[in-house]
Each structure stands twice: as C-alpha cells, then as structure tokens.
Design a protein around this ligand. Structure first.
Ligand code: HMG
Ligand code: MG
Length: 298
C-alpha cells in the first residue's frame, strides 16, 4: 500500500447491525453488503460467529455469507471469539476472521466472559486452525482510550494486549475506541507509545463517535502514519456490551476527510452515500453521516 492511499475496513454490517433492536431481514443485510462492495469497499466485516444467545442479531451470519454475491477482490470477514466460531466462519466461507480482546479486564469479562489472559489462550487454537486453513486473522483490542466500567486505561495495558495478539500471529491489530471517549490528544499519546514498539502497518484504528471526536482522532492517527481505518456506513453501530457506545464513525465522512487530505480510498462516495441512505431508510432514521446529510440538502 502506498503512503498516499488508505484502506477502509467497513464494519457496518457487523458492528453496526449487531446493535439494532429487532430482527433485520436477511435480504436487507445482503443488499447492504453487496452495495458496499459495489461502492468500492475491499474489506467488509459482514458478520460474526459468536454465541447467538449473546448477540442474536448475528445469528444469521451463515445464511448471510451463503447469500451474498461475492465481488472479486473483496474480502468478506467475520468475528470469531473461539474455535467454535472459527469453524462456523470457515464453513460459511469467510475470507478472513478476527479475534477480539480488550485492554480492560471488566470489559473482557462482560463481552467475552473471560479474563484477558484467558482470551489469549482461547485464541491459540483459532490461530492454529486459521493457519492450517490459510485464513488471515485480524486482532481487535477494545477500550483502548477508555472503558465503560474502568474509565481511562494506561497505554501500556493496550500495548501489552496488542503485542500478545501480534505474537499470536494476527497480521494487524485494530485499536477500538469502543465508547468513543478518546480525543486527538489521547489518540496521539496512545499511538506514540505503540509506535515505539510496533510498525504503523501493524495497526488500524476503530473509532466510535459517541463524543463526536472520531474524525479528529482518525486525523491524529493518519498524521502518525496509520493507513488502515475501520468505519461503518451511515455511522451504524455500537456494542451491546458497552453501555453508552454510539455508532462507529461514518465511512462516508472518513472518505470525505481522506479525499480532502489527498489520500486515495478507491471508494465511490456517491454510491457509498446511496448505500447508507438505503439501510438508514430501512431502519427508519436519517443517515448518521454528516456528509450524506449535507449532500442530500445541497
Ligand atoms: P460462553 O457462554 O462463556 O461460552 O461465551 P461457552 O464456551 O461456555 O459456551 C456456552 C454455550 O455457547 C455452549 O452451548 C457453546 O456451544 C455455545 P451449549 O453447550 O450450552 O448448548 N457457543 C457458541 N455457539 C455458537 N458460536 C460460538 C459459540 N461459542 C460458544 N462461537 C463467548 C463465550 C465468547 C462465546 C460469548 O461471550 C460471546 O459470544 N461473546 C460475543 C460478544 C460479542 O459479540 N460482542 C460484540 C462484538 S465485540 C465489539 O463489538 C467490539 C469491536 O467492535 C471493537 C470495539 O469497538 O472496541 C470489535
Ligand atoms: Mg466496535
């Protein structure tokens, strides 16, 4: 990847729709994923193979992977919390999986029902099975700029879990500001610490926008060399185990920011806006993207 391009990882179908009350028809999810690929997204986190009693909204991930018309050059990815989840993802035809840990013990317990150390042990067989199947594994660390249960966390705690995930064999770690409390200042401080130990290419940022700081935090990350950014079309999202977490930063708004910086994304903004308006219309609310709203009223 060149220094003047950025890869966006679209997490709307997973991080966005996992938090929607009520059941969404499979055809709506399928359309969303296909629209996103048509708009130029090359990595789409389409679902998650977690315990369906924990996140019922993702219980149809097998059916979704079976339904989507795959576009060449697009990676369709999924969350897998354990070996059981990995086996489901593999059978469903996921191109890549992600394991997810946290920097905070309380969040780890609430979200995946185990300690941080136990989660790393739980990921070992996932990594082995993924290596055997030839699937890349991404790692997530949640609560990197604050935890809903423990408040602020030391960058060293984030660095420890990030290092553990990379050592396990994750090709990159996505740093989750799960409840969107970070600021450009705290993002800069965190990344400055992490970049003392890891290369920019090993890190991605995943900013929720609860406090309206996500774009500023992403700009801080881009300035420090980060070129992999998670976002959710229309700003969909939240985490059912993170009270107060709002949606992710809207992909449309990140594309607009990056284009303004002269950084290529390969995304057709108009098509992306249309995809976001379509899913927002179905959910019965305006798009959470400010760029989409501005374009509509222009
Ligand atoms: P557990 O209850 O401790 O699991 O959950 P267990 O191993 O004790 O098993 C209990 C039952 O669940 C068993 O069934 C298992 O078979 C079943 P039974 O024998 O009782 O009939 N089970 C499964 N079924 C289907 N698929 C599976 C699976 N695993 C176990 N994969 C577990 C532990 C991790 C599974 C659970 O806590 C869980 O599913 N958590 C997921 C929570 C989640 O999805 N949170 C949202 C995603 S993370 C996020 O949003 C943050 C992120 O966006 C970054 C950021 O913003 O920070 C990534
Ligand atoms: Mg998230």
């Amino acid at each position: 990847m060149s220094d003047d391009s950025v890869t966006l990882i679209e997490v709307g179908p997973r991080d966005g729709l996992q938090n929607e009350p009520g059941e969404l028809p499979l055809a709506v999810k399928q359309q969303l994923v296909e629209d996103l690929a048509d708009a130029g997204l090359t990595v789409i986190e389409a679902g998650s193979f977690v315990n369906p009693t924990w996140v019922p909204q993702m219980a149809d991930s097998e059916a979704l992977f079976a339904a989507i018309a795959r576009r060449a050059g697009v990676r369709y990815t999924a969350l897998t919390p354990n070996l059981r989840g990995f086996e489901r993802a593999l059978a469903a035809g996921a191109d890549e999986v992600a394991v997810f840990a946290a920097a905070s013990e309380s969040f780890s317990q609430k979200n995946i029902n185990c300690s941080i150390a136990e989660s790393i042990e739980r990921f070992r067989p996932v990594m082995a099975a993924a290596a055997e199947a030839g699937l890349p594994v991404r790692g997530y660390v949640s609560c990197v700029l604050g935890c809903p249960y423990e408040g602020a966390l030391a960058p060293a705690a984030v660095a420890r879990v990030t290092g553990d995930l990379l050592e396990l064999g994750c090709y990159e770690v996505s740093l989750g500001d799960t409840i969107g409390v970070g600021t450009a200042g705290s993002m800069r401080a965190l990344l400055t610490e992490l970049l003392g130990a890891f290369a920019p290419a090993q890190l991605a940022v995943h900013c929720h926008d609860s406090y309206g700081q996500a774009l500023a935090n992403i700009l801080a990350a881009v300035d420090l060399g980060i070129r992999r950014i998670d976002a959710a079309v229309a700003g969909l999202g939240g985490c059912p185990y993170a009270p107060g977490a709002s949606g992710n930063v809207a992909t449309e708004d990140v594309v607009y920011l990056l284009e303004g910086l002269g950084l290529a994304t390969g995304i057709d903004l108009d098509r992306l806006i249309a995809a976001g308006e379509h899913i927002s219309g179905f959910l019965g609310r305006p798009s959470g993207s400010k760029v989409a709203r501005a374009r509509r009223s222009a």
